[in-house]
Design a protein around this ligand. Structure first.
Ligand SMILES: NC(=O)c1ccc[n+]([C@@H]2O[C@H](COP(=O)([O-])OP(=O)(O)OC[C@H]3O[C@@H](n4cnc5c(N)ncnc54)[C@H](OP(=O)(O)O)[C@@H]3O)[C@@H](O)[C@H]2O)c1
Length: 287
């Protein structure tokens, strides 16, 4: 099979590249320089010329606050390009694996969101991702949408790396305690994506939630990162209001993973266990 991975220089794209080094399938990794997904014609030509069977769309406009001022660009990358990509997938009988976000929800729930929960994004970024989900579902292509949250890993820049760095430099850190969700270790998500492709599960189409198991606040997450790094930094809880940002985030975005676990026969590690794996990988490199 021929597999195109877009947004390949991002944290998930790079993590997938690391995970498929021994595959007998042919992977084509492209970031914006090689293939700008907003250029629908270029995407179509690339898919045709390389006989692409699967597109894994890791490309995204992910600057959540900046998107409030750049709604048109965010929509072009996160929504319009994805709608066009879904059409290319349909026309060329390819499967589209697309990544979405917990920010499609408004966070007013008090039980975990299922795949059928009502979307009601609070931010431009969330709206563009919600629109992408609808466009993919309406396109008629074969698709798997994986909706994930709080992504971090060994590649790219992310919350874990920032807290490791900040806790080495500061005796005290204040971190938001009134946003509740679940971190996702990019290596775990990449593992699922690769397994879907390599283990012949591409026919299990639909939308799925995927994060690690468990529930925490950003404060809990930061506290655990510090504890595992051994940094002597006091992590203190604070409210969202103390850190006003352009984009509104959901206060609660825990994802129910029953469907993904059943459909793909997987067990998902608890976020603390996956954090330990990541911290061991980063040890000696950034702390
Ligand atoms: N990070 C999170 O916490 C999080 C949470 C939930 C869901 N997700 C979703 O997970 C997916 C992967 O996220 P990530 O953290 O790996 O994102 P990332 O690190 O920001 O990677 C996205 C990549 O897409 C590239 N890109 C941007 N515009 C493009 C274009 N027009 N054509 C081709 N490539 C383009 C980016 O390049 P530049 O850097 O040059 O712009 C970047 O290399 C995204 O769909 C995201 O929405 C992420």
């Amino acid at each position: 099979m021929n597999i195109l991975v877009t947004g390949a220089a991002g944290q998930l794209g790079k993590t997938i590249a690391n995970a498929v080094q021994d595959s007998s399938n042919r992977y084509f990794f492209c970031d914006v320089q090689e293939l700008d997904i907003t250029d629908a014609q270029a995407v179509e030509e690339y898919v045709k010329q390389n006989g692409i069977n699967v597109i894994v769309n890791c490309a995204s406009y992910t600057a959540v606050d900046k998107a409030e001022d750049e709604a048109e660009i965010a929509d072009a990358v996160n929504h319009k390009a994805v709608a066009a990509m879904a059409k290319v997938a349909k026309d060329n009988d390819a499967v589209l694996i697309h990544i979405s976000t917990d920010y499609v929800f408004d966070g007013t729930a008090c039980v975990a969101y299922t795949e059928d929960s009502q979307m009601n994004p609070l931010s431009v970024y969330g709206r563009t991702k919600a629109d992408s989900e609808c466009a993919v579902a309406e396109s008629g292509c074969r698709y798997i949408i994986l909706r994930t949250s709080w992504l971090y890993g060994t590649e790219g820049s992310n919350f874990v790396k920032r807290i490791i760095e900040k806790s080495a430099e500061n005796p005290v850190l204040k971190v938001i305690s009134d946003q509740i969700g679940t971190p996702t270790y990019a290596e775990d998500l990449a593992g699922l994506i690769v397994s879907i492709i390599e283990d012949d599960m591409l026919d299990r189409t639909g939308i799925y939630n995927y994060s690690n198991e468990g529930v925490c606040s950003w404060y809990d997450f930061a506290h655990e990162i510090c504890a595992q790094s051994g940094h002597l930094c006091d992590v203190l809880p604070c409210h969202t209001d103390e850190y006003p940002r352009k984009a509104v985030r959901p206060h609660f975005s825990v994802l129910d993973k029953t469907k993904v676990k059943k459909t793909f026969g997987i067990e998902i590690p608890h976020w603390k266990d996956s954090l330990t794996v990541c911290m061991n990988e980063l040890k000696g490199k950034i702390y």
